[in-house]
Design a protein around this ligand. Structure first.
Ligand SMILES: *[C@@H]1O[C@H](CO)[C@@H](O)[C@H](O)[C@H]1NC(C)=O
Ligand SMILES: *[C@@H]1O[C@H](CO)[C@@H](O)[C@H](O)[C@H]1NC(C)=O
Ligand SMILES: *[C@@H]1O[C@H](CO)[C@@H](O)[C@H](O)[C@H]1NC(C)=O
Ligand SMILES: *[C@@H]1O[C@H](CO)[C@@H](O)[C@H](O)[C@H]1NC(C)=O
Ligand SMILES: *[C@@H]1O[C@H](CO)[C@@H](O)[C@H](O)[C@H]1NC(C)=O
Length: 232
């Protein structure tokens, strides 16, 4: 029994497509690129060695909708200085300070297709609501960026939509869906959305006096940059 060579090429190509989809989660969605003013990514050319073969959008959608691709992370939020030493843990207390209390327990739902604009939600908490970990300011035009020493508070906030600019609440102008998780290192990085919709590079800094974290837009305007990790 002989199949034409092209059958095997096609079969390998299909298998390769499935494996590639599971093993290389999207790290830069087109929505996110567009919001940053970047052009959309070109379509991935899975079948480039097989003339006439083109994956259909239906096949891609099915591959990425697999429930096994949903990953839930839970634990505590560890704050480390740039040199790797542990400063402390985010506390289960209003305003989310880094000392004096008990460690906040959190949970994050990510997936192979969604690793950005994530929410961090407090679980089994003693906190009065709101229960999301995000950014909060009293200024309706709280803007961070290069050349600016502006800071925005890291605090417990209400839930907001991915890529939403700050939303007015009784606790100030807030954002929650600003987190990206590196599934290897478990580092959490933030992407704040300025009121004008721009996406400034967002750093975390530690205010030692107040034992609280801040979002800043210019690494040169602060000496206390820190990193945030999910740990058990
Ligand atoms: C690491 O950085 C922290 C904060 O800047 C500092 O207090 C500590 O001494 C540093 N540790 C080392 C080993 O450099
Ligand atoms: C908001 O802040 C930015 C940066 O400080 C400034 O350029 C802009 O004019 C402000 N917008 C309003 C409506 O105040
Ligand atoms: C996760 O962190 C590692 C180590 O810094 C880095 O090599 C890798 O590219 C990061 N992954 C993503 C998806 O950013
Ligand atoms: C740091 O914390 C102190 C004490 O709470 C506060 O007075 C100060 O404004 C904070 N600094 C920043 C940049 O938020
Ligand atoms: C920070 O300062 C260094 C040295 O002055 C400079 O090379 C770098 O471009 C600055 N970075 C930003 C984001 O301003």
């Amino acid at each position: 029994m002989h199949f034409p060579l092209s059958f095997y090429v096609l079969l390998v190509s299909f298998l390769g497509f499935g494996v590639l989809t599971d093993a290389s989660p999207t790290t830069d969605s087109n929505g996110y690129r567009l919001a940053r003013g970047l052009p959309p990514l070109p379509p991935r050319n899975f079948g480039r060695n097989v003339p006439g073969y083109e994956p259909t959008p239906v096949q891609r959608a099915r591959a990425s909708a697999s429930p096994s691709s949903v990953a839930k992370y839970s634990g505590r939020l560890q704050v480390r200085s740039d040199n790797g030493t542990t400063i402390g843990y985010v506390q289960d207390k209003s305003g989310l300070p880094v000392s004096h209390g008990s460690d906040l327990r959190i949970s994050i739902a990510a997936s192979s297709t969604r690793k950005e604009h994530l929410n961090i939600v407090a679980t089994a908490t003693a906190l009065p609501s709101p229960f999301y970990v995000g950014a909060s300011s009293q200024d309706s035009n709280a803007t961070i960026g290069t050349g600016s020493s502006s800071t925005i508070l890291f605090s417990n906030v209400e839930q907001t939509d991915p890529l939403s600019p700050p939303i007015a609440t009784s606790n100030g102008y807030i954002e929650s869906a600003i987190w990206a998780l590196n599934s290897t290192t478990k580092e959490l990085t933030a992407q704040y959305v300025n009121p004008d919709g721009t996406l400034p590079t967002t750093f975390l800094a530690y205010n030692e006096t107040g034992s609280n974290l801040l979002f800043v837009g210019d690494a040169n305007q602060t000496s206390n940059l820190v990193k945030l990790f999910v740990v058990t």
